[in-house]
Design a protein around this ligand. Structure first.
Ligand code: GLN
Ligand code: ZN
Length: 778
């Protein structure tokens, strides 16, 4: 009898000590040669393969490594490089990748060709990036035009396959599947309004055939094609394209075998199509798609291998062996040991590399956790326990860890549970409806028409980051750090007063990050020293870990808001991060619903809101930039999410009197399909990012007749460009044409932390001038 196999879908490529980031950024700066960069890549790949091999993983992924992004690598492999990058054909390489990702000026921009007003030079802007399904990973969006053609244009995948082979590893090359690739792209600059990217399918599959043929000829036994769109709502067109593609690829694969994967959720109604793909193995995410288990096992075809994703690739918690073994045993019974593979649910790209280098988290917490390396070990141990070759001790140890976590006093805070259980309808509502509140707030705040404000943060300069690092190291005393921050805050408040910002902010100088700062001040959060996960390109994030019931031991921001308010007569706006955003940008508990965790956070924020009010702060902003990000992949689940997410915001905001003004802020969001819920938040003022879309994002609010006040961003904070007064007046005129004048605020698109003071000074001065011009126009 063949034994059960293990494999992994992908492994983090950033290096255990962020080697890839360091090398890439050094190369961009000119401090590292191309050869040195490539050598770093090679070392990381070799380390990763050997790591997986020695962990006992049977089939090891190849081409999951990338210097920037696997979708962009796919575009380069297919020769789909937008014309504006002036790629001349032939082979793409790592420089092609960086150019598309960063534009010819470097950095990240979202606009196509734009004239640089300072130099007059035409620079080529990067391709857009967007979130990879519902993860916090961002991929570079492929661009399609009616004249797009595909052609095999990179050696990367073949070279990496050969590289592994030279090390004695017959790896499993990984590709983004053709239909996921087409589905996630964007139509660019075509003058044919009926252009449908799926019309490119035939030519696209030609190139896939060629790639697969070459890999087979090179000796690849298995080839993995990722089609995570199977976990989303699919159109007829997508389903047809899937069938068509795989019919062709099956014929072209030669001696190789094809594994198709999906992950991040169940396949549900797509199951029939998925099961009938003419391929050799199918992977399922039985963690996020647990609803599929019974139907898959009952219907799994006898000619295929079943790959069971059972170790969650997207969190940091230990697997529950007993629960997983139950599923795996059923799977063995259904398909037999020789047709079963055990795997993580998805690529481990979304998990930090290893617990080994963790110094910050204590042993107890650590004993509940598993990062990528530990997850591989779990996959192997589960396989061994399943086929009877395992060590009972491993099972015992796992049971103990799971039990210790479930019963730990550090997780369970009865006061928090009781308080949440006692929350009632009244806690989700302000005392009066908006129009009443608006009147009272006007009376109290005495703001002019078109009041000016900012989104919260001011430049986080080198000096600030340095001081914080010194203080964290113990090299700067608490008193000195406090004095330093006070000086910065005072400068910021004075500046706003001088130029005449109507509702100033304190500047957020005391914060490293809008989520981490709150996490550090709340109970139930933990922080790693090395738990980095790739967000995009060389940007990695280190999400906080929410491990227990959340509470707020003492006020967090009142001190800074108070201090800032003492420096000005204008109403200081308090600045908080909302519960949904805190949840979205953290690793969350898997032992209770996300909604419960979010509502616990909401109560902690509510306490802060109430304390700010008591301290005399008349306006409080609760940022929710990640509100839209939380939407489930399946439309059918949106309502449920929106219901608890809106409630979370309202719970955090509703503890104050009518005359306290609640603001919220959201950036990079589309609002059309969720405008109902946005209005339901019932914030007195919402500020949004609109300048880059030329106020287009306002349409949703206009059509909906959004009842409350709104500050459509008048300038893009992602670029150092200083906006002219008239430009902002024009944008606001557009807004005023469609929304009540008395409801409009004037503010930038988002926080200013990444900008420099000299730009901020000029931009905000112009913005204030624009507001007074608007007031003078009728
Ligand atoms: N208040 C935050 C800031 O200004 C908001 C950031 C965000 O929306 N991403 O930095
Ligand atoms: Zn923002």
């Amino acid at each position: 009898m063949n034994s059960i196999k293990t494999h992994s879908l992908g492994y983090p490529r950033i290096g255990a000590k962020r080697e890839l980031k360091r090398a890439t950024e050094a190369y961009w700066k000119g401090d590292l040669t191309l050869e040195e960069l490539l050598a770093t890549g090679k070392t990381i790949r070799e380390t990763n393969w050997k790591k997986q091999e020695s962990a006992g993983i049977g089939l090891i992924p190849i081409n999951d490594f990338s210097f920037y992004d696997q979708m962009l690598d796919m575009s380069c492999l297919l020769g789909n490089v937008p014309a504006r990058f002036k790629w001349t054909g032939g082979k793409t390489d790592v420089d092609t990748v960086f150019t598309v990702a960063r534009g010819t000026q470097g950095g990240v921009s979202l606009v196509e060709e734009e004239k640089d007003c300072q130099t007059g030079k035409v620079s080529t802007f990067a391709s857009e990036m967007t979130k990879w399904f519902d993860t916090n990973y961002h991929y570079i969006v492929p661009e399609f035009r009616s004249d797009t053609t595909f052609k095999l244009s990179s050696d990367k995948i073949f070279e990496e396959f050969a590289e592994a082979k030279a090390l004695g590893i017959n790896g499993k090359p990984v590709l983004i599947g053709p239909v996921t690739y087409l589905s996630l792209g964007k139509i660019q600059g075509t003058n044919n309004p009926d252009f449908d990217p799926f019309s490119l399918l035939d030519n696209l599959v030609d190139v896939y055939e060629e790639i697969i043929g070459k890999l087979a000829a090179a000796g690849a036994e298995w080839i993995q094609l990722d089609e995570p769109i199977f976990s989303t709502d699919l159109s007829k067109e997508q389903l047809n394209a899937l069938k068509k593609s795989y019919d062709r690829l099956q014929a072209a694969k030669g001696t190789a075998k094809i594994l198709v994967t999906t992950y991040f959720g169940g396949v549900r109604e797509n199951l029939g199509s998925y099961l009938s793909l003419p391929v050799d193995a199918l992977h399922f995410d039985f963690v996020r798609g647990a609803e599929d288990v019974e139907t898959v096992l009952a219907n799994f075809p006898s000619d295929k291998i079943l790959s069971v994703g059972i170790v969650e690739g997207r969190n940091i918690w230990k697997n529950n062996y007993d629960r997983s073994l139950e599923v795996l045993q059923k799977a063995t019974a259904a398909v037999g040991a020789d047709r079963l593979w055990v795997a993580p649910s998805c690529s481990l790209l979304h998990s930090p590399v290893t617990l080994e280098n963790e110094r910050k988290i204590d042993e107890e917490l650590k004993s509940w956790m598993a990062f990528a390396n530990e997850k591989l070990q779990e996959v192997v141990e589960l396989r061994q326990l399943l086929d009877g070759t395992g060590d009972e001790k491993a099972l015992q140890a796992n049971r103990e860890a799971i039990k210790a976590r479930a019963t730990s006093q550090r997780i369970h805070n009865e006061a928090v549970k009781t308080r949440l259980a006692g929350v009632g309808d009244r806690d989700f509502h302000r005392a009066s409806e908006f129009t009443v509140r608006q009147g009272k707030q006007q009376e109290k705040l005495q703001l002019p028409e078109f009041p000016t404000t900012t989104i919260g943060s001011f430049p986080q300069t080198k000096e600030i980051r340095k001081a914080r690092a010194q203080w964290k190291k113990g090299a700067m005393s608490d008193a000195d750090y406090d004095q330093f921050l006070k000086t910065e805050t005072a400068k910021c408040v004075t500046f706003q007063d001088d130029i005449g910002i109507d509702m100033p902010v304190h500047g957020e100088f005391e914060r490293n990050d809008m989520v981490e700062y709150f996490g550090e001040n709340l109970e139930g959060f933990a922080f790693t020293s090395n738990g980095w996960v790739q967000s995009f390109g060389s940007r990695y994030v280190k999400p906080p870990i929410i491990f227990g019931d959340v509470s707020r031991p003492s006020p967090v921001t009142v001190y800074w808001s108070n201090y800032a308010q003492s420096l000005t007569n204008r109403p200081m706006k308090g600045m908080l991060t909302g519960p949904v955003t805190i949840l979205q940008w953290s690793f969350v508990r898997d032992d209770q619903p996300r909604s419960v965790t979010t509502h616990q956070i909401a109560l902690a924020i509510r306490d802060e809101v109430v304390d700010l009010e008591a301290a005399g702060i008349a306006a409080i902003q609760i940022d929710e930039p990640a509100f839209r990000e939380g939407l489930p992949l399946r439309k059918s689940e949106w309502d449920e999410y929106l219901d608890w997410a809106v409630k979370a915001f309202r719970l955090s905001a509703s503890g104050v009197k009518d005359d306290t003004q609640i603001h919220t802020h959201m950036c990079y969001s589309e609002f059309n399909d969720i405008i109902n819920s946005i209005a339901d938040l019932d914030a007195d003022v919402i500020t949004i990012e609109t300048s880059r879309s030329n106020m287009e994002l306002l349409n949703a609010f206009v059509e909906f007749k959004y009842p409350n006040e709104i500050g459509p961003g008048v300038y893009d904070i992602h670029s150092p460009r200083v906006p002219a007064e008239d430009e902002m007046v024009n944008l606001m005129n557009k807004a005023e044409a469609v929304l009540p004048r008395g409801h409009l605020w004037v503010n930038p698109d988002c926080g200013l932390k990444t900008r420099e003071w000299k730009e901020v000074k000029l931009s905000l001065t112009n913005m204030v001038k624009a507001a007074s011009k608007l007031r003078s126009l009728n």
